[in-house]
Design a binder for this molecule. Structure first.
Ligand SMILES: NC(=O)c1ccc[n+]([C@@H]2O[C@H](COP(=O)([O-])OP(=O)(O)OC[C@H]3O[C@@H](n4cnc5c(N)ncnc54)[C@H](OP(=O)(O)O)[C@@H]3O)[C@@H](O)[C@H]2O)c1
Length: 226
């Protein structure tokens, strides 16, 4: 892995991924909205920044050129198919053998075998419905984006994040195939470690065509069920 593109580099997860990639010595290209370029000020001499909407095919085509890996933050903002447009452009323009790693939440299911708590179901239904009504966030578009990824023959991995918190790294998270598996019960991961898992996935071929649901390696359920 030499050159990596981070799509959504200026967000909270994106900035952690920038840090992890730079510390591994990767050449980094980041895409973020024009108005967010200032959030990458600290890294501007160490990476290439391409300002633009992440669902703009021309922007993505330029950004992923010659990249061995692409880390994409799937953000379900607005009602213009932002997530599915972003994922579609990445899959279309990345090199054929590039490793493509996408982020989303536990609510996305690949095979319908995930078992959700009533709390998670309620959050997705009530909050998801409310923000959709307000036309701010469209969680269904993140689901559509992932369905398209699951069907593709690219070298994809969809990393499904638990609830997140800030704080020092605790190490690479543990993962399981399905939400509801006992190891995931604590439902908490430090955001920096979510980013670390995404970056580690670039060079972990065991994760190709998998949708790992992750949790902190230091949480109770991970320690009990490891
Ligand atoms: N938050 C959680 O509790 C949680 C839990 C599980 C999984 N996840 C997943 O983790 C990933 C990162 O989520 P995060 O919550 O930590 O947020 P984040 O990293 O800050 O990412 C949000 C992204 O959305 C962009 N964005 C914000 N407002 C936008 C708008 N109006 N139009 C277009 N783009 C906009 C941000 O770009 P700018 O820098 O330009 O604003 C940023 O790239 C996502 O894939 C999410 O599904 C989150």
């Amino acid at each position: 892995m030499k050159k990596v593109c981070i799509v959504g580099a200026s967000g909270k997860l994106g900035k952690y991924m920038v840090q992890h990639c730079l510390s591994k010595g990767y050449e980094v290209v980041g895409v973020c909205r024009e108005k967010s370029v200032h959030k990458l000020e600290a890294y501007k001499d160490k990476m290439t920044i391409i300002p633009g909407q992440t669902n703009d095919p021309e922007i993505i085509k330029k950004a992923v050129k010659n990249c061995d890996g692409v880390l994409t933050v799937l953000a379900p903002w607005g009602m213009q198919n932002y997530s599915s447009g972003t994922a579609g452009a990445v899959m279309e323009f990345a090199k054929k053998d590039a490793r493509l790693i996408f982020s989303c939440g536990w609510h996305v299911t690949r095979d319908g075998k995930d078992v959700y708590s009533w709390q998670l179901k309620a959050v997705v239904k009530i909050i998801g419905g409310l923000v959709r009504l307000l036309r701010v966030v469209d969680l269904n578009d993140q689901v559509r984006a992932c369905d398209n990824i699951f069907k593709s023959d690219t070298k994809w991995t969809v990393v499904r994040g638990s609830d997140l918190e800030e704080g020092e790294s605790q190490g690479v998270p543990v993962w399981s195939q399905h939400v509801g598996d006992p190891i995931l019960e604590s439902n908490i991961t430090r955001r920096t470690d979510f980013a670390l898992f995404m970056v580690e996935a670039l060079t972990n071929d065991e994760l190709i065509h998998k949708a790992p649901a992750i949790v902190s390696c230091a949480c109770e359920s991970a320690k009990t069920h490891k």
